[in-house]
Each structure stands twice: as C-alpha cells, then as structure tokens.
Design a protein around this ligand. Structure first.
Ligand SMILES: *Cc1c(COP(=O)(O)O)cnc(C)c1O
Length: 239
C-alpha cells in the first residue's frame, strides 16, 4: 500500500538529516552523500511522490523490475511534463545476458563482480556509442555474502576493468551482512574504505575512482561515517 506524500516527506527529511549529521561528525561535506532510493518494494504512486520531493536517484535490484519501473516512470513523467533528470541505479546481481536491457536505463551499475561481466558491459556500451559508469562490488563481510569479488582479488580486478574502453570504473560497492547492530556493519565498511584508500595511494584505478556505495536502511549512518558517497535506502524510506 502506498504510504502517501506526507509520510514520505517526513521519512525523507529524517533520513537526509541523519545523513547530514553523520557526514558532519566526520568533517565531510553532506553534499558528497547521495541517497539512492531503492524502490523494489515501493508503490508507483510513492515513487512519483518521491520524485516530486526532489529525489533524483532511484535504485532497483532485479533486472525485470528495473526495466519495467524505469520505463513506467519515464512515461508517467513525460505525461505530466515533469522534467527533472532521473538517474537509475542497478544495485542487484546482474547476469551477462541481461546487460543490454539494463544499459538502456542505467546511469550506474553498482554490482559488477566479475571481469566477464565488465567486458560484456564494455562491449555493449561501445556498440551503443557510450561509456558506462560502474562500481566493483567487493565482498568485504566476514559472513557468506553471495556476490562480490574477494577482497584479495579486488585490486587486480580494478586494474583489468580499467583497460576496458566502454566502461568507466568510478568506485567500489559492498553490502554488510544483515544485523540488528549497525556497528557490526561498520567493520565491513572500514574494510572497503581501506581497500579504496590503498588503491588511491598506489594510483590504481585513476582519478575516476571516487565513489563508495555502502549502507542501507539499517546501517547507512556508520557507512557515511566511514566514507560512503552513495547510500542505498529502501525500507526506511517507504514504510
Ligand atoms: C534492497 C537493497 C537495498 C535496500 O535495503 P533496505 O534495507 O530496504 O534499505 C540496498 N542495496 C541492495 C543491493 C538491495 O538489494
């Protein structure tokens, strides 16, 4: 059920406030944190309200729903003659045979977790006459996460992805294990930040490498304190 614009506005204001406070605590500019509204469990009505409230970045984790939602939102926005650029983020696992469909709408793919997937994105992007922004998903949690490259393989993978012409690697992404205690997730975020800083020190990945996508409803505060530039928030926005 749709929760309505009043509740959405209250949620959004609360989350923006928490993001800003987390950034300021560690002397970061709150402007460098973008909220990606994860719409996978949201009603279309609420998604449109959220866009009215000024949110520009939307995320989906499943290919089919990603395409459907992106197309539906685009046509509804066109009907309403609402301008405003929308940036769609693909945040879930992506198979190579789905790359083409996703690239039609994606501004950023967060979930690149193999060289073969990066190669496919590069090839398709070149065919489309563009360069696609991607993040490398790293498995930084001690728990068994299903996706993401191993920490020990990340540096080499970044170097390899950087040789591809059709993709621009702009950062790293990770997911913490679900836990009631956000401080438990911090360990995962610290690890991703350390890998990131090491790459920058050793000039691996180049100047484009500047984003950390980490933090969800339960743990976006410690994620921002540890350097997240993109937080992926669904539940606490839409309920
Ligand atoms: C669903 C999902 C999120 C958002 O999770 P919430 O707990 O609802 O905020 C973030 N990232 C990924 C990859 C997801 O699949």
């Amino acid at each position: 059920m749709a929760i309505g614009i009043k509740k959405l506005q209250a949620n959004l204001e609360r989350i923006r406030q928490q993001c800003a406070e987390a950034a300021l605590r560690v002397r970061r500019d709150p402007a460098n944190v973008t909220i990606v509204a994860v719409t996978k469990s949201a009603e279309m009505e609420d998604i449109l309200h959220l866009l009215e409230l000024g949110v520009t970045d939307l995320g989906e984790s499943r290919v089919q729903q990603f395409s459907e939602r992106a197309e539906e939102v685009a046509s509804l926005m066109a009907e309403r003659k609402a301008a405003g650029p929308i940036r769609w983020h693909m945040i879930g696992h992506l198979q190579r045979n789905k790359v083409k469909a996703v690239l039609e709408h994606a501004s950023l793919v967060h979930s690149v977790d193999s060289l073969r997937l990066a190669e496919e994105i590069s090839l398709r992007s070149e065919q489309m006459g563009r360069t696609s922004d991607v993040l490398l998903e790293v498995n930084c949690s001690r728990e068994e996460q299903k996706f993401g490259v191993a920490v020990g393989a990340a540096t080499h993978m970044v170097e390899q992805i950087c040789t591809l012409k059709g993709v621009r690697l702009i950062g790293l992404m990770t997911m913490a294990a679900r836990s009631d205690n956000p401080e438990q997730a911090r360990v995962t975020f610290v690890r991703l930040r350390e890998i990131f800083e090491e790459m920058r020190t050793e000039r691996i990945g180049g100047k484009n490498l500047r984003h950390l996508s980490m933090g969800m409803s339960q743990d976006f505060v410690p994620a921002i304190e540890e350097g997240a530039t993109l937080v992926r928030i669904g539940t606490s926005l839409f309920t």
